[in-house]
Design a protein around this ligand. Structure first.
Ligand code: DLL
Length: 443
């Protein structure tokens, strides 16, 4: 184990550590973050009354809207000149969610990734091909520094350019690969298409996360790349990857949540009340040590369950695979997407009406999004076409489609197929409701 003392800490000691850290956290956010000060006051919570994690349900939930309302830095609990790094994740509006890290936060981030990588089978001296995206996304840099901390050699290739991924797998012979599960499937398929075989590469372990996946996908990746594939979970608001991880020898039995830094709860998605151990509900996480942007009872919207696994190597609690989300956030090729981000773009284009629909489907292993959008009545009139059949080929429709899809790519960072249709062409469901999302991946 990377840190056996902590990873196997007896539960009473772990609980005492959490209690102490929670007390410090509650005092810090109350005195330093106006949002929490106000929220505690409204509920009549005196920080000193919270002495143990048993009291945690008295504290208010923090939802994504708190990050949006306090954009960009108002939830920060430290002076800006002590913030070493910023990361972002998509929000429900055009603006992203911003999170910050002090030097100590980055140190913890690296420690937890090092622990996590070790659990998945990685060891010092091995090479890790890091195909998570580098940049504002927490995946690339998060895995990068944690792997260096563990003593691995990092290949910071970032996502995409599959030919180059294959070349590096062959030439550099890394033992480990990290990326989204869907991208691992793509790499495995391209390997065959390029006429390569498993003897050309040296992979043993894959560390997959950032989007939901299944045992069937695990089977495909394990066979296709000759690896043991373990899950890694996390979210920007709470840190990034490395909040929880699967042990390579315990694959399929759940991912350890690093309880010395995060306190997990599962609550009912409608009532917010705790559910019995092992039952599914919304995962709620409290950061016990984060300095720059601490989170009290963060409502992740991820549906899962948590349970202690008595026969396991470590004492920390486990969470099951993510079964879905309690809101309408989509995860497309590892990128978080809200339909309102597309709506925001449409609002700025007068020739397109606010009637649109996103259709999500799988093409091969990759998630694809098609945007259906109705043009405005005025735009249609201005075209002056007798035959509506020729609509799609009309120069101005072609130009509008090109402009819209470029905007989507520039603003959201995802390529989507765009189809412009006539007013009222998108089918409405009973009651005239236009469903914003049709997720064919689930059908
Ligand atoms: O996806 C952090 C990450 C990077 C995790 C690399 C793992 C590997 P966000 O972009 O903020 O952060 O997205 C967080 O992605 O709330 C889940 O809905 C989903 N998610 C992340 N990991 C998993 C996983 C990163 N292993 C959101 N299984 C989370 C299922 C996952 N869903």
């Amino acid at each position: 184990m990377y840190n056996a003392e902590i990873e196997t800490m007896p539960l009473p000691r772990l609980r005492a550590l959490q209690d102490q850290r929670l007390q410090d956290l509650v005092a810090a956010v109350y005195s330093k973050v106006p949002h929490y000060h106000k929220a505690f006051d409204e509920l009549g919570i005196v920080p000193t009354a919270i002495t143990s994690v048993k009291d945690i349900a008295r504290l208010p939930f923090t939802k994504k809207s708190a990050l949006r309302d306090n954009y960009p830095f108002d939830l920060f609990a430290v002076p800006m000149d002590t913030v070493s790094r910023l990361h972002c994740s998509s929000g429900t509006t055009g603006k992203p969610i911003v999170v910050g890290y002090t030097a100590q936060d980055l140190d913890v981030f690296s420690e937890l990734i090092a622990r996590s990588l070790y659990a998945t089978g990685c060891r010092p001296g091995m090479k890790l091909q890091n195909a998570y995206g580098y940049g504002l996304f927490t995946g690339g840099l998060g895995l990068h520094y944690g792997a260096e901390r563990l003593g691995m050699t990092v290949i910071p290739v970032s996502g995409g350019m599959t030919d180059r991924q294959l070349m590096l797998l062959k030439d550099f012979q890394p033992e480990a690969l990290c990326c989204t599960p869907s991208y691992a499937q793509t790499i495995a398929e391209e390997l065959v298409k390029k006429g390569m075989t498993l003897s050309d590469i040296n992979l043993k372990y894959a560390i997959l996360g950032a989007e939901p996946w299944t045992e069937a996908i695990r089977g495909q990746v394990e066979a296709g790349l000759n690896v043991k594939a373990s899950n890694i979970y996390g979210l920007s608001e709470v840190m990034g990857p490395g909040v929880s991880v699967e042990d390579v020898d315990e694959r399929g039995t759940g991912s350890y949540i690093w309880e010395d830094h995060f306190f997990p709860e599962i609550v009912d998605k409608d009532t917010g009340e705790p559910v019995p151990e092992g039952e599914p509900g919304v995962l709620v996480l409290t950061t016990l040590t984060k300095q720059a942007i601490p989170m009290i009872r963060y409502w992740t919207n991820d549906i899962t369950n948590i349970y202690y696994d008595k026969g396991a190597k470590r004492t920390h609690i486990k969470m099951g695979a993510i079964r879905g989300r309690a809101d309408d956030m989509l995860i497309i090729r590892g990128v978080n997407l809200f339909h309102t981000q597309v709506e925001d773009i449409i609002e700025g284009i007068k020739d397109i009406s606010p009637n649109y629909q996103l259709i999500v489907f799988r093409a091969g292993n990759m998630d694809e999004v098609e945007v259906l959008a109705e043009v405005s009545e005025n735009f249609l009139k201005s075209l002056d076409i007798a035959e509506k059949d020729h609509f799609e080929q009309h120069d101005r429709v072609v130009a509008l489609r090109g402009f819209f899809s470029k905007k989507i790519k520039d603003v959201i960072g995802l390529s989507m197929r765009v189809k412009l249709v006539l007013p009222y062409d998108i089918p409405r469901s009973e009651g005239g409701k236009l469903n914003r999302i049709t997720d064919k991946r689930k059908q």
